[in-house]
Design a protein around this ligand. Structure first.
Ligand code: ADP
Ligand code: MG
Length: 699
């Protein structure tokens, strides 16, 4: 229904009263006490303060006081400081793209003054007298002389006293104080050289001495346990410096709150950089856990626009893709260069009082119990289980373990064809062909020519990760770099290269003894402690990396079935089989229609010999149905490889021969990210002799 325009009185347009303008502006920037603290402390830091003291009463709703020792404000400038759109930080439009301060909008003090009782007391270093100016809900006083030390003190009382809706919106003092603490973290972590204190209702909450070391500041804020475990990184490339401190994946958290991004001393949020962090830690933390990351970026102010958000929490990069790929690359390289085996937490370890938790407490508990049982059962009269180099009966090894074991060039490889003699029957494959393919599969990643191509493609991938548009498409291949790295030295053991390699790998670990417990865990001694390995998780990771490395070079080898294996499939599964034919082809699977209800598996990857074909294909199709249309092909491939690795890996409860154990341990050293299975659960826990000494009260 329309109203007749003539019956309506035309509304009058009038300029808003300046106090109202400020209130509207305040609505954007000042949401709660923590926003006030942010603006005031930013001003202190812009004024070069070496010390900032923040005091709150009743969560900041009654009082917020910020005292600094910065350059101060002279008497003549005090009225301008609290006036809207007045700033000492920029003068021209060009300055907007050359910002070296935290503030520049000239709005904060005016906004705050319009919704509170504000006083600014200040004394520049070259003046004997301090002056104070007050604002009461927008009404400004003249500056009056007062006594005060050099620097500036800003006090805000009764925030939102004249905006009842906002005041009502404030939460409990505890909650508001929590927000302020978080705000102080963001400011203090970016400015370690400035001392900070935070006091609430007379109680000191934080006392952070100045330091040149970011790690120390983090430790002062969050405790030394986190501080000590942080891995540093520092990279300066193409005008962007990336400094950072990242916690090992085992210190992941339940929220992204522990991922701090700073740009030129300002805390920012950035979706693409958060994505880069997630990508870099993919497979190292479980899907619902988030790594702890502190990244400090320094960029030329011309390379981004800081003026896109009222609170300046977001920026618009000139080349966001480049920044994203640079961050991804440095994080990834840092993680790859580290031993990420989580330490087993013993009861004597310092309490995890800052929200830390080992990434899989159940796994750790299982391992701890297994170790305890083992220690209970060890019979001191029994000879120690020390393995010496001896010729291995290689053909006794389980195909799924030996198959992925790198062969040295002089390894004839032929003998491995024989060990799979019993396998083909399972899938009804042509015997001779199967054996041949198996051998190929066993040799695949280790053929010299192939290796060169692989390395080339890695280099290209890394390159593309550096220069890509940052959509993460370079991600899939790049972290395969280095997979083919160290082949253990097998000097003098040419007759049994794999045995020698395995022993040499053990030597790499500094270990001599190894044993299997509960047919599930491998326990071995290292130079400075004990490793406890989850055999399934480790094998899963090894297979996953091998499959992934392998698939970079083209579709996986598959075996055509003489008698295709059929299974009943839902319409959705049949549709997924058709829609994803290319993807299935890449992983070596061919499925065809077989009558109105059935699907037939015509080809199946040779690497999955021991896996039930129809169950695997049916499960995979279900997964594809679940992900229909939402995920990129790379993600689907990841999911498929993940499933393949899980199905093909030895299981908990499978007894392993010594040779198999050695084969696994050797591959542990040749496999990237071997500290975690593809789902991010740890494969290995470490108990150091230091931990033991502490446990037994020796230390
Ligand atoms: P902006 O920080 O965007 O310039 P503000 O309203 O926060 O705007 O502050 C206005 C001006 O007041 C600043 O430009 C600065 O010159 C001065 N000022 C505010 N707080 C301080 C302080 N703690 N020490 C010295 N100068 C200050
Ligand atoms: Mg400011």
């Amino acid at each position: 229904m329309r109203t007749d325009a003539t019956t309506l009185s035309r509304p009058e347009i009038r300029p808003l009263d300046p106090a109202l303008i400020n209130k509207i502006a305040a609505g954007e920037v000042i949401e709660r006490p923590s926003s006030v603290v942010k603006e005031l402390v930013e001003n202190s830091l812009d004024a070069g303060a070496k010390r900032v003291d923040v005091t709150l009463e009743v969560g900041g709703s009654q009082l917020i006081r910020v005292v600094d020792d910065g350059h101060g404000i002279s008497r003549e400038h005090l009225p301008l400081a609290i006036a809207p759109h007045a700033t000492s930080k920029i003068a021209t439009a060009d300055d907007l793209f050359n910002i070296h301060t935290l503030g520049f909008r000239g709005e904060a003090l005016a906004s705050i003054g319009s919704v509170s009782q504000l006083s600014v007391r200040s004394r520049p270093a070259d003046q004997l007298e301090a002056f104070e100016i007050t604002v009461d809900g927008g009404a400004v006083s003249d500056p009056s002389a007062c006594g005060a030390p050099v620097g500036t003190t800003v006090e805000i009382r009764n925030l939102f006293f004249n905006v009842p809706a906002r005041r009502k919106f404030l939460r409990t003092p505890q909650t508001e104080c929590g927000h302020v603490t978080e705000q102080i973290a963001r400011l203090a972590l970016a400015h370690p050289q400035t001392a900070f204190t935070l006091t609430h209702n007379g109680r000191s909450l934080r006392n952070l001495p100045p330091t040149a070391d970011r790690r120390e500041r983090i430790a002062d804020f969050y405790g030394s346990e986190l501080g000590e475990c942080l891995i540093p990184l520092d990279r300066h490339e193409r005008g962007l410096r990336i400094e950072g401190l990242i916690a090992p994946p085992s210190h992941s958290k339940a929220t992204t709150k522990w991922q701090y991004l700073f740009l030129n001393g300002r805390h920012i949020t950035d979706r693409r950089l958060t994505y880069a962090i997630r990508e870099a830690f993919r497979g190292l933390v479980e899907h619902d856990r988030f790594p702890v990351v502190f990244l400090f970026l320094t960029a030329d102010p011309h390379d981004f626009d800081a003026n896109v958000h009222p609170t300046k929490i977001e920026v618009r990069w000139k080349d966001a893709g480049l920044v994203q790929s640079q961050v991804l690359a440095v994080l990834r390289e840092t993680l790859l260069s580290r031993n990420l085996t989580p330490r087993l937490r013993t009861p004597c370890a310092p309490p995890a009082d800052i929200g830390n938790r080992p990434s899989d407490p159940a796994a750790q508990l299982r391992a701890r119990e297994a170790l305890a049982n083992y220690l209970k059962r060890v019979d001191p009269t029994q000879p120690r289980l020390t393995f010496r180099a001896h010729p291995f009966a290689k053909d006794r090894l389980r195909p799924s373990i030996i198959e992925t074991l790198p062969s040295t060039p002089e390894d004839p490889g032929d003998s491995s064809a024989a060990n799979f003699g019993d396998a083909p029957g399972e899938h009804g494959a042509i015997d001779s062909g199967y054996a041949g393919l198996s051998r190929d599969a066993a040799q695949l990643p280790h053929d010299g020519a192939d290796q060169a191509t692989l390395n080339d493609s890695n280099a290209a991938d890394l390159d593309s990760a550096n220069s890509s548009n940052g959509d993460g498409s370079g991600a899939f291949g790049s972290d395969a770099a280095g997979v083919t790295g160290a082949t253990p030295n097998d000097e003098g053991e040419a007759a049994v290269p794999n045995a020698a390699a395995a022993l040499s790998a053990l030597a790499h670990a500094g270990g001599s003894d190894v044993m299997q417990l509960h047919n599930t865990y491998l326990v071995c001694q290292t130079e400075d402690g004990v490793l406890i390995i989850d055999q399934h998780a480790l094998h899963e990771r090894i297979l996953y990396e091998r499959f992934r490395e392998r698939i970079l070079r083209g579709p996986l080898e598959s075996q055509g079935m003489l008698l295709p294996e059929t299974f009943e499939a839902s319409p959705a599964q049949r549709e997924a089989a058709t829609a994803n034919a290319d993807l299935l082809d890449r992983i070596g699977i061919e499925v065809t229609e077989y009558g109105p209800k059935l699907l037939a598996v015509q080809r199946f990857p040779t690497l999955l010999r021991n896996v039930s074909m129809k169950t695997f294909v049916s499960d995979l199709l279900d997964k594809l149905v679940d992900n229909a249309g939402q995920t990129s092909e790379e993600t689907l491939i990841h999911a498929a490889l993940d499933m393949m690795a899980c199905k093909a890996a030895v299981k908990a409860g499978d007894p392993l021969s010594r040779e198999e154990i050695y084969a696994l341990l050797e591959q542990r050293h040749l496999t990237e990210r071997s500290s975690n299975c593809p789902h991010g659960r740890p494969t290995t826990l470490e108990l150091t002799t230091k931990d033991l000494e502490r446990q037994f009260g020796r230390a």
